[in-house]
Design a binder for this molecule. Structure first.
Ligand code: FAD
Ligand code: MLT
Ligand code: ZN
Length: 486
């Protein structure tokens, strides 16, 4: 059952969908692109977790930027609210309607437009699936600069709209650095063609960066140019069992020092996350079945010389084991073992979904504070039917704190929020490291940004989307937008 919380009243300014709207949409994108069948609409109305559900009146699947432009111009004129949707894998309720908003899916915008095998610049439409793009550029000896568990479903447009981080941000940096160009359609139908592949371009304000991380509230991304790095010739993965969180931090410092430029991921999971994933998912194997330490690390190197990289990783592992920083460890011996270890790490969110309703918090914190919050959360929900899990991108200071419960329950949520946000704010952390604000945290931005900054954001929103039709009820607090309601 979807969560009952996070409800907001429908904005009465928005029009209800009428037959004339459907007729217009059909005239622009044809019958097959206009979905009204209740069963078909269900998948567009509910998110990956089954937590955030609206009731979309229609789902539209345009196949060109021009069609997106016509749809938005019409919705803007008619005051129809619109939710842009990519692969619908977002974890904060940003991609589904809250009420009866029109869903504008990018699934039909799925063509690779060009790839430059000299520079590594990929140009593609927004609805291309990340994993398919990786296979495409892989054929030319390149890789996508991001990787995440949802790669088989998420779209590059959705990745950009959420500024997704993922498993290799440590190596390739945030998407803000990898995006070379964008094409986006504004709420009134204006097409912003910023789709160049230049590495350097200081002509005025860098508008594309505004769209990155805007979560569908400023425009619909229709195409993107991405800088792809060369595919590493050698990838090695170590899986380590560590006796305490203090030691986890020491291992991180040592990994950076010893593995230097080849370190490409440094992920952690606690024992509970490991046990849950092994219990919930078939086909996931425990890489260290005889160990029972409280923390586990996935350390990856990506380089150009397999022997040299392996020797470095082996020497690092010997050193941290000799010093007692690591209780047990294993190095993947082939690509199957590499995939097995990553399957375990990426499987945690899937296992949590299998286990039932889950409250997910995606926080940036000083590394030294990350697990303190997990332990304090455990103490805080003592007596409630909750299991608390901690894992995440330790190398990026990004904790995923997850609380699994038998059902969504306002009493559980009230124990967690706003306490977790206050705790994070007290550390000057971020209440959204990589998942975004969506519907879940639209009222929470003040924990991580000053009022003056939120006010500027609201003004930018009103400038680009004066009728506030794009992804309403998401990202920014209602009060901040109130002064800009037309
Ligand atoms: P959607 O979920 O469809 O949309 C997400 C948001 O972007 C919504 O607000 C939507 O309105 C907007 N949007 C989508 N497409 C467009 C567009 N073309 N133009 C404008 N706005 C648009 N995230 C991470 O950062 N790191 C991870 O490691 C990670 N791992 C994940 C693992 C799993 C198993 C799952 C289910 C999710 C994970 N995520 C992770 C969440 C993450 O945000 C996404 O998976 C991904 O970036 C969303 O892409 P999507 O195409 O599914 O977008
Ligand atoms: C991850 O790192 O596994 C993702 O961000 C998904 C999640 O937080 O569950
Ligand atoms: Zn993550």
């Amino acid at each position: 059952r979807a969560a009952s919380s996070y409800t907001v009243p429908r904005d009465p300014r928005f029009a209800q969908l009428e037959q004339q709207d459907l007729d217009y949409f059909r005239s622009v994108i044809g019958d097959t692109g206009v979905l009204t069948d209740p069963d078909a609409l269900q998948t567009y109305s509910i998110d990956w977790m089954g937590k955030y559900e609206g009731k979309c009146s229609v789902a539209l699947r345009p196949k060109s930027t021009e069609q997106v432009s016509k749809i938005l111009a019409h919705c803007n004129k008619r005051l129809l609210a619109v939710v842009p949707q990519g692969g619908n894998t977002g974890l904060v309720g940003g991609s589904t309607p809250v009420h009866d908003e029109v869903v504008l899916s990018t699934a039909g915008l799925n063509r690779v437009l060009s790839f430059d095998a000299v520079s590594g610049a990929l140009v593609c439409e927004a609805g291309c699936v990340l994993e398919q793009l990786d296979a495409h550029v892989g054929g030319h000896g390149f890789t996508m600069p991001l990787d995440l568990g949802a790669k088989g479903s998420c779209h590059i447009g959705g990745n950009l709209a959420t500024n997704a981080g993922g498993l290799r941000l440590l190596r390739y940096g945030s998407l803000h650095g990898s995006v070379l160009g964008l094409e986006a359609v504004l709420a009134n139908g204006t097409v912003l063609d910023l789709l160049t592949t230049l590495r350097k371009d200081n002509t005025g304000y860098d508008l594309k960066q505004l769209l990155v991380g805007s979560e569908g509230t400023l425009g619909v991304i229709t195409a993107a140019a991405i800088q792809c790095p060369p595919r590493p010739a050698a990838v090695h993965v170590a899986y380590l069992a560590v006796p305490s969180f203090a030691t986890v931090q020491q291992v991180f410092v040592r990994a950076r020092r010893r593995l230097g430029e080849i370190l490409s991921a440094f992920e952690f999971l606690d024992r509970g996350s490991l046990e849950l994933t092994l219990a919930e998912l078939d086909g996931v194997r425990d890489p260290l079945p005889s160990s029972a330490e409280p923390f586990y690390l996935v350390v990856e190197t990506s380089g150009s010389n397999a022997e040299h990289d392996y020797a470095k990783l082996e020497a690092f592992l010997e050193e941290v084991m000799e010093e007692g920083l690591v209780a047990d460890g294993t190095l993947a011996q082939d690509s199957t073992q590499v995939a097995g270890i990553w399957g375990l790490r990426e499987g945690i969110s899937v296992a949590l979904r299998h286990a039932g309703p889950v409250y997910k918090y995606d926080l940036s914190l000083p590394v030294g504070k990350m697990y303190e919050l997990v332990e304090e959360t455990r103490a805080r929900v003592a007596g409630l039917p909750c299991r608390v899990f901690g894992y995440g991108h330790l190398g990026d200071g990004n904790l995923h704190l997850n609380v699994s419960t038998p059902r969504y329950d306002d009493a559980v949520q009230a124990r967690l929020e706003p306490w977790i946000y206050e705790w994070t704010a007290a550390q000057r952390g971020s209440v959204s490291a990589e998942h975004g604000m969506g519907r879940m945290k639209a009222e929470c931005i003040g924990y991580s940004k000053p009022a003056a900054a939120v006010d500027v954001m609201a003004q930018i929103k009103a400038l680009l989307d004066p009728n506030l039709i794009l992804n309403p009820y998401k990202v920014l607090p209602r009060a901040a937008l109130a002064g800009n309601v037309p």
